[in-house]
Write a new protein. Structure first.
Length: 590
């Protein structure tokens, strides 16, 4: 049995001393989250697994391994006379070419074969709108696989309203076990939620859990997709919840020696003491089918958790693959590889996704490709300037994985690239003021968390920016330098708040995605370039191969030497710094 934190051990000892004779429910709980269409096995970075790596047993995950693990663990539980529940905490959609090209249809086949007992929705389930989500839910049959979210008002989307419940109650060995779902309130700003209204998770969970308790439900499990930080708040404040199974933040919880490259956020389970001084376990199992969560729970007759034991299992080559799921894979894989098994470039460096936290070379490659593609479409080469759009941006949440070519030949397929940028967003050209650009970059680090970064953190081409994260949100930019476009030789100049700048980005950002509302303050009409982001990047990779993109100081984190009063506005302070830099530059221009 695992070692508990002291507070939890004391709590369980007290509970066990008074209720040992009445203990009546042991339960095996299986869970996964954020599978992101990793139907096939992957490499160590959760990108496509190459054939030579597969032959050497270096692949991970895939639905066939998850399905086989579920089958075995459920059978083991049955053999021991124990009931089991298998839960999916959202985001089956999006992440590979399976979804990029075929959308919800393969997801139906794979989930039906996976057979979860219950699931909640992730934000990416809304990516192609409510109509496609409805088709998916009808396909999997929510009467067989209940889908629960408690903090939505779907009355304006009646078809969806009929398919999603606030909670679901299982009766297991005469004990009522309630599962209540929830979904991040960020979803409307990062996906396409139609007329669905989102409400605060905590208030909705308090209401729904009370309703379950009043109906005689003994045990309540929160099944959510709001991220570990929100899960911690829910565990503390929603007093009726006994256990949380989470997703969204791709959090790796582990108590032993880490089995692969993922560094644990904390122990598994992660405990939070609630308002009644009761320890609440939180479970999450990273993402992309690389790990699978399992705990064995024991509750007394009052629904008090008296024992918990388990650990995420790594889905490596030692885990067998389910034959039935492999048959589903065989039905879809040829259609995908026919499109994606083409070489788009060759790299001599690792292209690593550390983009949520800092400048990353894969982000530099992608943003440089946008600028490059725009130049390719330039008609009049007699003009004196080299481009009309010297700047490009992408949010780090749009960069999903790395491309690892260690011990390989360096050749990159379209499938690998689509795993990195799978959303197939169109590129657009937008002209905004310097003030708008400043506001956007402040938004980039507004909720930046040390050690975790942010999905809205911008990767850039044509910008050099210095941040000071010790300052309050909205006041974190120390300096910004912008590459000129109307110049014979590109160089960097201080940001001018009253000047206009033309930027290339995806239509998601330009439309205010990730709450980038400032980009909607355009100076002139948005121009659609007529190409998807991944295609522009593929074109660039082919042109510059072998790829040797590195990091070159586009994004820096510094601490100011001089303290600035907190009342000073970002715009005024930034303008002051830029004026000083300009004076210093001119002073050396003899």
């Amino acid at each position: 049995m695992r070692m508990f934190p002291a507070v939890f051990a004391a709590f369980l000892a007290a509970a066990w001393a008074t209720t040992a004779a009445a203990a009546d429910l042991s339960l095996v709980l299986l869970h996964t989250n954020d599978m992101h269409s990793r139907f096939d096995e992957t490499d160590v970075y959760c990108n496509e697994c190459r054939e030579d790596d597969a032959a050497l047993g270096k692949c991970y995950g895939g639905f066939a391994r998850i399905a086989e693990t579920v089958r075995q663990e459920k059978q083991n539980a049955t053999d021991r006379g124990l009931p089991s529940l298998f839960m999916v905490a959202g985001d089956t959609f999006q992440g590979t070419a399976y979804f990029s090209f075929f959308k919800w249809k393969p997801c139906v086949d794979f989930i039906r074969e996976l057979k979860p007992d219950i699931m909640t929705l992730g934000n990416h389930e809304f990516d192609d709108g409510v109509t496609n989500l409805v088709s998916y839910l009808k396909g999997i049959n929510t009467t067989i696989i209940p889908t629960v979210v408690s903090n939505l008002n779907m009355t304006a989307e009646p078809e969806l309203n009929e398919l999603v419940s606030t909670s679901h109650v299982f009766t297991i060995n005469n004990t009522k076990v309630g599962v209540v779902g929830y979904l991040t309130t960020d979803t409307p700003t990062i996906s396409n939620t139609g007329a669905v209204e989102f409400y605060d998770e905590i208030e909705c969970l308090k209401k729904e859990t009370k309703k379950l308790r009043d109906a005689g439900v003994n045990i309540i499990i929160g099944l959510g997709h709001s991220g570990i930080e929100k899960d911690k708040i829910i565990a503390k404040e929603v007093e009726e919840i006994d256990l949380i199974v989470g997703g969204h933040s791709h959090t790796f919880l582990y108590s032993g020696k880490q089995p692969s490259i993922e560094k644990p956020y904390g122990p598994y389970p992660f405990y939070v003491t609630n308002v009644k001084n009761k320890p609440i376990p939180i479970l999450q199992a990273y993402a992309n089918t690389k790990y699978f969560g399992k705990v064995e729970l024991r509750f007394d007759s009052n629904g008090v958790l008296v024992n918990i034991n388990g650990e995420p299992m790594i889905m490596d080559h030692n885990v067998k693959e389910d034959p039935s799921m492999l048959k589903v894979l065989d039905q879809w894989k040829p259609s995908v590889t026919k499109i994606t098994n083409v070489t788009v470039g060759r790299t001599v460096v690792e292209l690593l996704n550390i983009c949520h936290q800092k400048e990353c070379n894969i982000g530099n490659l992608i943003t440089d490709s946008f600028v490059y593609y725009n130049i390719l479409t330039k008609v009049n080469y007699s003009e004196q300037f080299w481009t009309d759009a010297p700047i490009s941006l992408i949010q780090s949440g749009g960069i999903r994985t790395s491309i690892s070519e260690v011990d390989h030949d360096g050749y990159i397929t379209l499938g690998q690239l689509l795993n990195v940028i799978p959303f197939m967003n169109k590129l657009v050209k937008v002209t905004v003021s310097g003030q708008t650009l400043l506001e956007a970059f402040e938004h980039s680090v507004f909720d930046y968390m040390h050690g975790r970064g942010s999905g809205k953190f911008l990767q850039v081409s044509g910008v050099k920016v210095d941040y000071d994260l010790t300052q309050s949100p909205g006041n974190r930019i120390l300096s910004m330098w912008i590459r000129c476009g109307n110049c014979a030789i590109p160089k960097y100049e201080p940001l001018a708040l009253t000047a206009n700048y033309t930027i290339i980005m995806n239509d998601y950002l330009a439309g205010g995605g990730d709450d980038y509302k400032s980009f909607q303050n355009i100076v002139k009409k948005t121009q659609i370039l007529g190409i998807e982001d991944y295609n522009a990047t593929a074109t660039y990779m082919t042109a510059i191969s072998p790829i040797m993109t590195g990091v070159d100081g586009r994004i820096n984190f510094k601490i100011k030497d001089n303290v600035t009063p907190s009342s000073a506005s970002t715009a005024n302070y930034s303008q002051f710094l830029l004026t000083v830099f300009t004076i210093l530059l001119l002073s050396f221009n003899f």
